[in-house]
Ligand binder design. Structure first.
Ligand SMILES: Nc1ncnc2c1ncn2[C@@H]1O[C@H](COP(=O)(O)OP(=O)(O)OP(=O)(O)O)[C@@H](O)[C@H]1O
Ligand SMILES: O=P(O)(O)OC[C@H]1O[C@H](OP(=O)(O)OP(=O)(O)O)[C@H](O)[C@@H]1O
Length: 211
């Protein structure tokens, strides 16, 4: 008998593209799920249970086995470095992580302040550059920090570049390209291998245009 799969889906901007991809792969999880306030949804005919999670929390649910699989941005995976298998690049929600700041401002020599909601990604990057930095942790509107002199640089997501442009900021370096990934709990991968491999194959077929 088919074993039931629990999937942690990211609420927010990734959701629609992720749900569309799942649908094309044969898993119709309901396009308007996000409208609902329900957090756990059952799809008995497909033997699937969906958990609606904050994008940053998807990896936690999958690492602890609360969900067998999940969809998470590579930015979250780089930041959290958790014990999950990254099995497929879904190539959705593309963007990148970059260093930005006010134009023509050299990085101050003594512990420049870097505002970010990606402290690990930022620290790893500047360590590789041989720079000692101070992290200013923020949760949103990161672009404010250099504008009001709270930080020398930001490390944040850039997609269209509109937020930087409208705030008169410039990009200094790209750190990493980002897309969403299918992640799997290592124990689930062994115990539900057939069901998980089936889903991975279906999603790969859609991405390769076979399905
Ligand atoms: N312009 C963008 N800004 C931020 N994230 C983006 C962008 N484009 C694609 N992404 C992807 O979407 C994910 C974030 O989705 P979303 O903004 O819904 O989550 P969040 O940042 O947790 O939301 P919230 O603003 O509610 O805290 C990122 O992890 C990244 O992989
Ligand atoms: O290059 P763009 O297309 O302008 O997108 C990038 C912006 O989008 C994200 O912010 P979000 O909308 O998630 O708001 P936040 O600042 O509250 O995190 C990100 O943190 C940037 O600020």
């Amino acid at each position: 008998m088919n074993k039931r799969l629990t999937i942690a889906m990211p609420k927010g901007r990734i959701y629609e593209e992720a749900a569309e991809l799942m649908k094309r792969a044969g898993y119709d999880l309901g396009a308007d799920l996000e409208e609902s306030r329900k957090l756990i949804l059952e799809f008995p005919e497909q033997n699937i249970r969906v958990m609606m999670a904050k994008p940053m929390d998807v990896v936690t649910y999958v690492e602890y086995g609360a969900a067998d699989l999940g969809i998470a941005g590579k930015d979250v995976l780089l930041e959290q470095d958790r014990d999950v298998y990254e099995v497929l690049d879904l190539k959705i929600s593309p963007c990148y992580v970059a260093v930005a700041g006010v134009p023509d401002q050299p990085l101050s020599r003594i512990a420049p302040k870097i505002a970010t909601k990606y402290p690990k990604v930022a620290s790893d990057y500047f360590r590789e550059q041989g720079e000692q930095i101070e992290i200013i942790p923020l949760n949103g509107s990161i672009e404010l920090a250099p504008l009001i002199g709270l930080a020398d640089r930001i490390v944040d997501i850039v997609s269209t570049g509109r937020t930087l442009k409208e705030n008169g900021l410039v990009e200094y370096e790209k750190i990493a390209d980002i897309t969403s990934r299918l992640i799997v709990n290592p124990v689930s991968y062994r115990l539900k291998n057939e069901e998980i491999e089936h889903m991975v194959t279906n999603l790969s077929d859609v991405m390769e245009g076979i399905k």
